[in-house]
Design a protein around this ligand. Structure first.
Ligand code: NAD
Length: 538
């Protein structure tokens, strides 16, 4: 056969096309002539045997959803090519989104599961090295909580968030062949973080999301943006130091509600994850995309007369005073059986609590509560009829600051203020996030359960009970149905701090994922090899 010059040209073009499609788009930082690019750990495809999330893949299309129209100028954009300098912090949300999107394509294409694990290990080490500095930055920037406890929260997130070991592949085999169900990434995740655990949530979310093969772009709480930029820089340096892609984790430098809306609307963002109050969760759930909402809590504690009261008091103080009660899981109100109440209060006072008298309680209400004139949603509930909300000025402040304002000078180190109130008191019904623990005396267990369920407002978040009676524990657990139910320990045990199990900073009660981890951020994908695949036709 004689080939003309035109034929040869056509063949060359077709071969070039095949090669290009096999290689895929050049990832940011790897464009032609870019000498700044980081050399990845592996240039080969993820293999079946190594990857739970790619076991099904037989081609280079693995883990891909159809690509949205990425700006053609992406790879020549100077911001993208200086990913090394920005370390994930972008002036514009659009660039943070595009960079994160491109990084994820690179991540699933060129990195094996063991590379993910190495990257995660580097993140853990990077955060552990900087834990004190991060705690200081967050404390200084937000002005809430406790410096020491923030160190512990960073360490907890860095060390007890599971990595790729959280992923698994289910397999079914039989006469009809083999079916596997694997956990594949969503792609680029858009995540929103709270001011109460800003950097800790980033560390926890990043480890979980990257373990699952995703990238993530954050819209952080504006009052924590500098500390968040710092942790994102630390994380990206660690990723790149371990040979991973630039911009797997990004954020917009100056987050606003407008940048959040752009994140919600972007076709490159495949999953939304929000950790915060009811307004945030509502906004994300209205987006029309898959959203995971980790909302408010108002965790009640019940103490009955079978409990080890001294232990209960110590546990309650530990949980309720930690980080000045900023945690969504923290003990927020106590319902104690009348027969055990005096004993409990005695042991609370012996272990670092200070009892506010009637006059002091009124004063605290005057300065720490704001009347809800504008009918804004209050704390744990989006019920606009609530009469008060908490003054931002007093959220997460130290017990000693309240005492100074009250001109009280108690002896010893006060960690927690307590007060005796009735069940309707705003300190019981509002998610106050202050080191003030209201105590409500109740006649019996039924009344305790009824009031505790009411104060939890159906958040289905966290509850605690101190009791040695299994029937009592079961009765309360069944009535309140919270994501976390802690028995005879502090709330901290519920997130792996002195309790078994891994940790999370994103407890998705409203949308039902519960204690989030890597597997939460995956799509289930079924891959079937049916008998036709084996049968010899003939
Ligand atoms: P927040 O709701 O004020 O802010 C959280 C994030 O959402 C911030 O980034 C903020 O900018 C954004 N945001 C706030 N209102 C919004 C709205 N209407 N629309 C869109 N975005 C909005 O909460 P916070 O004060 O930062 O954090 C404390 C709250 O978060 C508490 O209610 C606490 O219980 C909850 N929280 C829950 C978890 C959990 O795992 N479930 C963890 C930490 C904190």
């Amino acid at each position: 056969m004689n080939l003309t010059e035109k034929d040869i040209q056509t063949i060359i073009e077709s071969v070039m096309k095949n090669v290009e499609s096999a290689i895929g788009p050049a990832p940011p930082g790897h464009s032609e002539g870019n000498t700044n690019s980081v050399i990845p750990i592996k240039l080969k495809e993820i293999t079946e045997k190594d990857s739970v999330s790619t076991a099904c893949s037989t081609s280079k299309q693995q883990n891909r959803t159809p690509s949205p129209k990425v700006n053609a100028s992406t790879n020549s954009n100077p911001v993208f090519n200086t990913g090394m300098e920005t370390f994930g912090v972008f002036e514009k949300i659009e660039l943070a989104i595009e960079a994160g999107y491109m990084a994820q394509l690179d991540y699933v294409k060129r990195f094996e599961l063991k590379d993910r694990e190495r990257i995660i290990q580097a993140i853990r080490e990077g955060v552990m090295t900087e834990a004190k500095e991060l705690a200081r930055l967050v404390y200084e920037e937000t002005g809430i909580g406790s410096y020491q406890d923030k160190i512990a929260k960073h360490e907890l997130a860095a060390l007890k968030t599971p990595g790729t070991e959280d992923l698994s592949t289910a397999a079914f085999s039989g006469d009809n062949g083999l079916t596997i169900v694997e956990q594949a990434p969503f792609g680029l995740i858009g995540a929103v973080t709270p001011v109460t655990n800003p950097t800790e949530t980033i560390v926890n979310n990043v480890i979980s999301m990257l373990a699952a093969g995703n990238s993530v772009v954050f819209n952080v709480h504006p009052s924590s943006k500098q500390s968040c930029a710092r942790v994102i820089t630390i994380i990206n340096k660690a990723i790149q130091g371990a040979g991973g892609p630039a911009n797997l984790v990004t954020m917009v430098k100056n987050p606003t509600l407008e940048t959040m809306q752009k994140l919600i609307d972007s076709s490159m963002v495949k999953l939304l994850v929000g950790t915060g109050g009811p307004g945030l969760v509502k906004t994300l759930l209205k987006s029309g995309k898959k959203a995971i909402g980790a909302g408010a809590g108002n965790p009640p504690v019940i103490v009955d007369d079978t409990a080890d009261i001294e232990h209960a008091a110590k546990s309650i103080i530990e949980g309720a005073s930690f980080d000045n009660n900023l945690l969504c899981i923290a003990e927020k109100e106590v319902f104690v059986l009348d027969s055990a109440a005096d004993d409990l209060i005695f042991h609370l006072l012996n272990n670092g609590a200070y009892m506010l008298d009637r006059h002091q309680l009124n004063e605290v209400m005057n300065f720490a509560l704001v009347e809800n004139k504008e009918q804004v949603a209050a704390g744990c509930s989006d019920d606009p009829k609530r009469k008060y909300h908490i003054s931002k000025k007093w959220i997460g402040k130290d017990a000693t600051q309240f005492l100074t304002e009250l001109k009280a000078k108690p002896k010893g180190n006060v960690k927690l203020l307590i007060c005796e109130v009735d069940a309707d008191h705003p300190f019981v019904q509002l998610e106050q996030m202050m080191p003030i623990l209201p105590i409500v005396r109740v006649r019996d267990l039924d009344e305790a359960i009824q009031q505790a369920v009411r104060a939890e407002h159906g958040n289905k978040h966290t509850a605690m009970m101190h009791s040695k009676n299994i029937d009592h524990l079961t009765k309360f657990a069944r009535a309140i149905e919270t994501t976390i139910f802690v028995k005879n320990a502090s709330s901290l045990a519920g997130v792996g701090f002195g309790g078994e199990g891994h940790t999370t900073m994103t407890i998705a009660g409203p949308t039902g994922e519960g204690i989030t981890s890597a597997k939460t951020f995956t799509r289930q994908r079924r891959c079937v090899l049916a008998d036709g695949g084996f049968r010899i036709i003939g």
